[in-house]
Design a protein around this ligand. Structure first.
Ligand SMILES: Cc1cc2nc3c(=O)[nH]c(=O)nc-3n(C[C@H](O)[C@H](O)[C@H](O)COP(=O)(O)OP(=O)(O)OC[C@H]3O[C@@H](n4cnc5c(N)ncnc54)[C@H](O)[C@@H]3O)c2cc1C
Length: 484
């Protein structure tokens, strides 16, 4: 007797493709996953650093307590033990509202939840304790947050966050030291480009709705060990076929139905169901010039991207014991103490990774001729101002990486450009963080897109199943205070 289901072809081994592959294989549906690179993980992956001969991540990836589907995916695939949940965040900023970075007076503000107060008041002492905002600025911030959370936003006419903040008369200090710090790292875009609705989602889902949603979850091993080793092994155990270094050239469509795919090596694979889980920039070139729904799908060409830069530094000594830190008023935005997080220092020394999201100013003409070494020196200057010990440390090795198309830009109007995972072509499904999930470009968004594509596919196989967790419960007080 043959298999009850024909094989599903998944193109792309990023988190969206992996979520599809795991979910389908768990249901006994045979899958073949084609990934053009030599590793799984896509934009969340590692590479070997020639000098240290260690696997390092293209950039530190973190998730949050509110990333329900990604966190469940980690549990289900057995990678959850390789993450640690941070119950304290360290915000490093000037030690009072009037001082600035030039004063060289920095304070480490420990941001953690009160165990006595109910949600969302449990974070009030943490916000209230931020040294670099004055009392009146904190009141102003609370008013802005309350207004943002309660707003109903018309997606067809929404402003950028920068415009909204000006309209609300939020002061420059509050904009720079709070809204900018939280939103740029959460959404990897500048306030001038972030849509109001995406900003609202960050605060509502991340801080106001439920108790532990704000906590940051950090991998303690290189991403390759998670997606490349543990998940690959799991897929192989489930008889899924994973073809690395096997790019797909085109999906074949005839009479409005998928008929197969052609690999870059010319091989033709017949199949009647394909999940196309590649970055949005690749999609249209992999499909025929004409097929049902091409015109509406072509809107994805208007999706813009934002860059993220990571600076990797290996010092001969530890410059701080903190596992991570968020910087205020600096070029550097987040520091991850990789040696502490991974619990070992390499022969090259103590490894720190600095992340600069929405790094438009470090790319193209905006870079103003600054060399990589100059940018790295600026980052080290930030660290030295905060941890003077850095001055005595010897830099053994460094590298800087910029992913120019790291994430899609959450500009006003973006939701109208994001297509459903179901297409007008029978047997063709889309997955990827850029498809319609309501989430920004994140691992959570990618996993959700994969689950949604599989839901549509199961429906077409007459095996409908709801794959999503029920939404997290909103605290009663948040409902009253913010009308959530
Ligand atoms: C620098 C950086 C930092 C980030 N930081 C975070 C973070 O801290 N937290 C967070 O949640 N998210 C973060 N993200 C975003 C996150 O990485 C992405 O949202 C997520 O990984 C996207 O997954 P995906 O499967 O949709 O796409 P991708 O990961 O892009 O996967 C697509 C896959 O398709 C493959 N492919 C392309 N063309 C073909 C072809 N023709 N044939 C076969 N395969 C093909 C690609 O090689 C790739 O593996 C970051 C991204 C970057 C770049």
């Amino acid at each position: 007797m043959g298999a009850p289901f024909a094989e599903v072809v998944i193109i792309g081994g990023g988190l969206a493709g992996l979520a599809c592959a795991v979910t389908l294989s768990d249901r006994g549906i045979p899958v073949s996953l084609y990934e053009s690179r030599s590793r799984l993980g896509g934009r969340a992956s590692s590479f070997e650093d020639k000098q240290t001969q260690h696997l390092i991540d293209n950039c530190q990836h973190v998730s949050m307590g509110c990333c329900d589907e990604f966190n469940r995916f980690c549990e289900m695939t057995g990678i959850a033990p390789y993450f640690r949940r941070e119950k304290h965040l360290y915000f490093v900023g000037p030690n009072n509202s009037r001082s600035n970075r030039a004063d060289g007076q920095f304070k480490i503000n420990v941001f953690s939840a009160s165990s006595f107060l109910p949600t969302p008041l449990h974070l009030l002492p943490a916000f209230g304790g931020l040294s670099y905002l004055s009392f009146s600025e904190k009141i102003e911030l609370a008013q802005g947050l309350k207004k943002l959370a309660r707003m109903s936003i018309d997606l067809d006419q929404e402003p950028t966050m920068a415009q909204w903040l000006v309209d609300q008369r939020q002061s420059q200090n509050v904009i720079n030291r709070f809204w900018n710090v939280v939103l740029v790292s959460a959404l990897s875009e500048s306030l001038k480009r972030i849509s109001l609705s995406h900003a609202q989602k960050v605060f509502v889902d991340g801080f106001l709705r439920a108790r532990d949603h704000w906590q940051v979850i950090i991998p303690t091993v290189p991403l390759e060990q998670l997606y490349g080793a543990v998940i690959l092994k799991r897929l192989e155990k489930q008889q899924a076929k994973v073809h690395l270094q096997t790019g797909v050239n085109r999906v074949q469509i005839s009479d409005g139905k998928v008929t197969g795919v052609i690999l870059r090596n010319g091989q033709e694979i017949a199949c009647d169901r394909v999940v196309l889980a590649v970055p949005h920039q690749r999609v249209l070139s992999m499909l025929p010039d004409e097929f049902p729904g091409r015109e509406s799908l072509s809107k994805i060409e208007q999706i813009e991207s934002a860059p993220i830069t990571s600076v990797h530094l290996w010092f001969d000594r530890e410059i701080t014991e903190l596992p991570h830190a968020v910087f205020v008023d600096c070029l550097s935005q987040w520091m991850f103490n990789r040696s502490r997080l991974m619990q070992h220092a390499s022969e090259e020394g103590f490894y720190y990774q600095i992340v600069i999201s929405a790094s438009h100013s470090l790319t193209g003409a905006a870079r103003q001729g600054r060399t990589q070494d100059e940018i790295i020196a600026e980052v080290i200057e930030d660290l030295t101002r905060i941890w003077p010990e850095t001055r005595n440390a010897h830099l053994n090795h460094s590298r800087m990486l910029t992913e120019h198309q790291a994430v899609f830009s959450v500009k006003p109007g973006i939701e109208r450009l994001r297509p459903s995972q179901r297409t007008d072509v029978t047997g063709l499904y889309l997955a990827g963080d850029w498809t319609a999930t309501g989430w920004p470009a994140t691992m959570e968004g990618a996993v959700r897109s994969g689950l949604k594509a599989v839901e549509f596919l199961l429906e077409d196989l007459q095996q409908p199943e709801s794959l999503f967790l029920p939404p997290s419960k909103t605290s009663i007080l948040s409902k009253i205070l913010f009308r959530l």
